[in-house]
Design a protein around this ligand. Structure first.
Ligand SMILES: Nc1nc2c(c(=O)[nH]1)N[C@H]1C(S)=C(S)[C@@H](COP(=O)(O)O)O[C@H]1N2
Ligand SMILES: [Mo]
Length: 315
């Protein structure tokens, strides 16, 4: 199989098969299938350090014409208000941010609450590369090769009690290190929540990387929640606390503007934002708009969780 690389990119040691399945899976798949059985995505942008970004991982819910959004777009077009409200602000203003050392607290209604150093938090858990669709509430979208752990594995380790019904996830609060927090654009720290079944869903990830690399600061290093059937703002960045609670948590966007941002925030082309349509989206890097899909294309996997709920009321 031929992999064409942009000339400016150095070739790397990885094989085409590894592009597709990721290193760990590759070893297993190579044994079972024989090498060379699968097609790979061609990396379509060069990383700033001159190495190829690796499109690793298994695609989840991708449509026929979905291709990974170039590394450069994924890492320079960001929403991260702690580092400014412009799309280009986070990559500039988060340069000096140090996401190590980092501590994560898992507490609330669990049998085993604990505060972890990031390395200990991650060490026993399975890391996977997964390509997901990503839809922002602002009607643009991307396709992103994330690397990360499953939130379900984190929760199982903590052992939620029978009273636990929701999970609340919180960004670091440190206005010195996150200068955007010196202005009251949002209720800081940024908080998001999921119902326990949503948090336990096998698609729900905590990203630790993208394109096979450690997560850049602007993408929410070192831990960024990824819930691919919901609008991007549910995906709280730079998480320091995961708390199990018995009531629906208050989420930052809902606090600042309840009529525009609900708790569920499921991608739904039939429920418009009060100020714009959600029926279509602009894929970053493309000119023509695409129709938005129910649950961002993940209906088959997640619709059952919302059976019987009025999704206009629970927006
Ligand atoms: N702490 C925090 N998390 C955040 C945000 C933010 O401003 N602060 N923005 C959200 C929004 S609106 C989106 S679309 C995604 C963007 O993630 P990305 O930059 O990795 O694509 O992060 C979400 N998580
Ligand atoms: Mo967003």
């Amino acid at each position: 199989m031929l992999i064409r690389r942009p000339d400016a990119c150095k070739s790397s040691e990885i094989t085409p098969e590894q592009h597709y399945v990721g290193r760990r899976k590759f070893l297993a798949a190579a044994g079972v299938l024989g090498i060379g059985a699968v097609a790979g995505f061609v990396p379509n942008a060069c990383a700033q350090d001159g190495q190829d970004p690796q499109v690793l991982g298994k695609p989840y819910g991708l449509q026929k014409d979905d291709k990974p959004t170039p590394w450069t777009d994924v890492t320079t077009y960001n929403n991260f208000y702690e580092f400014g409200t412009g799309k280009g602000d986070p990559v500039e203003n988060a340069k000096a941010f140090k996401p190590r050392p980092w501590t994560v607290m898992v507490d609330g209604l669990v049998a085993k609450p604990a505060q972890y150093q990031l390395e200990d938090f991650l060490k026993p858990l399975v890391v996977e590369d997964r390509i997901y669709r990503h839809r922002c509430v602002e009607a643009w979208s991307m396709v992103v090769p994330w690397r990360g752990i499953m939130l379900a594995d984190v929760l199982k380790r903590a052992q939620p009690t029978s009273q636990a019904k929701f999970v609340e996830l919180t960004t670091l609060y440190d206005p010195q290190r996150m200068p955007g927090q010196q202005r009251s654009v949002l209720a800081w720290p940024y908080v998001e929540g999921l119902r326990l079944d949503e948090a336990m869903h096998p698609l729900t990830m905590l990203a630790t990387g993208v394109y096979g690399r450690d997560l850049p600061n602007q993408n929410g290093a070192p831990l960024h929640l990824i819930v691919p059937w919901k609008y991007g703002f549910k995906g709280v960045k730079s998480i320091v606390r995961i708390r199990l609670v018995d009531r629906q948590p208050k989420n930052s966007w809902n606090i600042s503007n309840p009529s525009e941002y609900g708790f569920y925030s499921n991608v739904n082309p039939e429920v418009d934002h009060p100020r714009w349509t959600q029926a279509k989206e602009r894929r970053i890097g493309e000119f023509f708009k695409r129709p938005t899909l129910m649950f961002n294309g993940y209906a088959e996997q997640v619709a059952a969780m919302y059976a019987g709920m009025d999704l206009r009321k629970n927006y």
